[in-house]
Design a protein. Sequence first.
Length: 94
Amino acid sequence: MNSITVEQFNANGYVHLEDFLNIEDSKNLALVLKNEADKRGIFDLQCPGSKAIRDSEAFDTLLLELLPYVEEASGLKLHPTYAYARYRDWETDW
């Protein structure tokens, strides 16, 4: 366990994990999100102009794959519940 990140998490309630996702994986997830939001996204009243998705294989997999790293950074045992993502057209810049 990385004691520095756990200390940061305990002090701030969050920790920034540099390069947590590589840029190519991030771009691919953004494309998956856009495609899924276009097909089955629901309008999210908490973020006007955006669409939200749940029950996405890609994001549920991401949740489970990243869980051990988030647990290590926080020093907590976490229980995954669900993945939720929002998409808005102006958020991508490539």
